[in-house]
Design a protein around this ligand. Structure first.
Ligand code: SF4
Ligand code: SF4
Length: 480
């Protein structure tokens, strides 16, 4: 599964930091996405903050009544002629899709872009059974050809520039070497048209599901998603349970926020609202629609008063576009399906804090992600709280917590640090006298991992602690 660690995280950090091409590609792309987002919000929205507040409320309402929403969705989707399947784990979801393929005698599926399918490790699961999942999203296609993994949840191949993509198409598709976007698109289009010709089963993710209508809403820019959902005989939609909302109006509010936050577009190129299979007289559309509603630890997250807020996520990617750590180390360093700020929050919850807890250190707590998140998820606060969990001090245990070995000496040192850092007098005293204890730091560094890395590059400095008095004078306040 994609959450399995392949490298120790510090090795992955060093490797990716020294990949200058990747850093240049990523930083350039992130700056463009940032600029686009700011411009569209300035130009097109009178009350962006009001819209964010409404979206947060709508999503919270859906989460607070998720059990009812899900049952209502199942009832109405079934009435519309769709088949609704329930999967508790990632493996259950893969198995349901595999069984549908077996029943329909299909040895391949064509996929629109779906982070949910990455999360459950669908490609890998089908490959092990001798079946194939073919990517049709341009970025995902590039990655599949190059045996690479997504670096970003919205623009998965953003770390590749057009020259690299031209080379991949030449090597893997036998195309002529091109670097012009139009020519690269033409190569991809021709390759995919051939794939679509014998399309039996198409698979997509779901951006939102609407319980009152029993419908699903898909957003995309390339048209490949619409091909997968309408040109196939059977459409399978993979939907995390938190995607279900109550009304069309609630979902419309979310859609208004999604594309401006993701790519800086005012509206997406394609909005696909699917209400069931092809009906008599319809010109196109699948004969069967299957919705796989999967949990994969989301209900556990919903029951956690600290982390349920992250289930509001609409996977726009804005938090990673603005994260000063993500754009330096890139998504691969996280070695989990969801990188960046939202990945730091949901990965420990979905995959286990024992497997993914290391990524919590990829954060300076600057708070930028919380500022830009369209559904107001307090990401930086949640990352800080997760660090408490990782240190064995969380109020509610997380998945995998029992497998974490808490170093007693480290916990003792961190408790004392917390005491000093939350008491003004003690903090100034500690800073003023810390340099006397360099000998102890050097002696303890093999016992306390937290000191080991830090002390490779630093000594405890001698700090002039009466500086605060000058600040007090300037600001006219007392910090005593
Ligand atoms: S708070 Fe952390 S995760 Fe969020 S933007 Fe800043 S560095 Fe990135
Ligand atoms: S956490 Fe917020 S900003 Fe990040 S992907 Fe989710 S909705 Fe977008």
């Amino acid at each position: 599964m994609s959450a399995e660690h392949k490298l120790p995280h510090e090795v992955a950090v060093h490797e990716n930091l020294s990949n200058e091409q990747m850093r240049t590609n990523l930083t350039t792309a992130m700056h463009i996405l940032q600029k686009n987002r700011l411009k569209v919000i300035d130009d097109k929205f009178e009350d962006w903050q009001g819209l964010r507040a409404r979206a947060k409320q709508a999503k919270n309402n859906a989460l607070m009544s998720l059990d009812e929403c899900l049952l209502e969705f199942e009832k109405n989707a079934t009435k519309n002629g769709m088949h609704v399947h329930w999967a508790s784990s990632d493996t259950d979801a893969c198995e349901i899709i595999y069984q549908i393929m077996m029943e329909k005698k299909a040895n391949k599926i064509l996929k629109g872009k779906s982070m949910a399918s990455e999360e459950i490790g669908l490609n890998h699961y089908l490959e092990k059974k001798g079946l194939k999942a073919v990517e049709t999203d341009l970025g995902e296609l590039v990655l599949q050809l190059d045996e690479d993994t997504p670096v970003h949840i919205v623009v998965p191949a953003i770390h590749r520039n057009r020259y690299q993509i031209g080379q991949i198409f030449k090597d893997k598709l036998g195309a002529s070497l091109e670097s012009e976007p139009e020519k690269l698109n033409a190569i991809a289009r021709e390759h995919l048209r051939n794939q679509f010709e014998d399309l039996k089963i198409g698979l997509s993710g779901v951006n939102f599901a609407i319980s009152e209508q029993g419908a699903i809403w898909l957003i995309e820019n390339e048209g490949n998603g619409r091909m997968c959902t309408t040109a196939s005989d059977i459409h399978i939609a993979l939907c995390g349970i938190e995607k279900v909302m109550q009304s069309f109006e609630d979902v419309a509010t979310m859609v208004h926020l999604l594309t401006p936050s993701a790519t800086g577009q005012f509206i997406p190129t394609y909005n696909n609202i699917i209400t069931g299979p092809r009906k008599n007289g319809d010109l196109d559309g699948p004969k069967e629609v299957h919705i796989v509603l999967f949990d994969h630890n989301r209900s556990r997250m919903l029951a956690n008063k600290n982390y349920y807020e992250a289930l509001r996520c609409i996977r726009c990617g804005a938090c990673m576009n603005f994260c000063p750590v993500y754009d330096k180390i890139g998504g691969h360093t996280y070695q989990t399906t969801y990188p960046g700020p939202i990945g730091e929050v949901i990965s420990p919850n979905l995959f286990g804090i024992d497997k993914t807890g290391d990524i919590l250190s990829f954060c300076s707590l600057c708070g930028c992600c919380s500022e830009v998140c369209p559904v107001k998820i307090p990401l930086a606060d949640l990352i800080r709280t997760l660090r408490s969990n990782k240190a064995g001090q969380g109020e509610q245990k997380l998945l995998g917590d029992e497998n974490i070995h808490h170093n007693k000496a480290e916990s003792f040192a961190m408790r004392n640090f917390q005491m000093a850092a939350t008491n003004g007098w003690l903090w100034r005293f500690s800073l003023g006298n810390a340099h006397y204890f360099n000998w102890a730091v050097q002696g303890l560094k093999n016992t306390l991992p937290v000191i080991k890395k830090w002390s490779e590059f630093k000594d405890l400095p001698s700090i002039k602690t009466d500086l605060y008095k000058e600040v007090q004078k300037l600001e006219g306040v007392s910090y005593e």
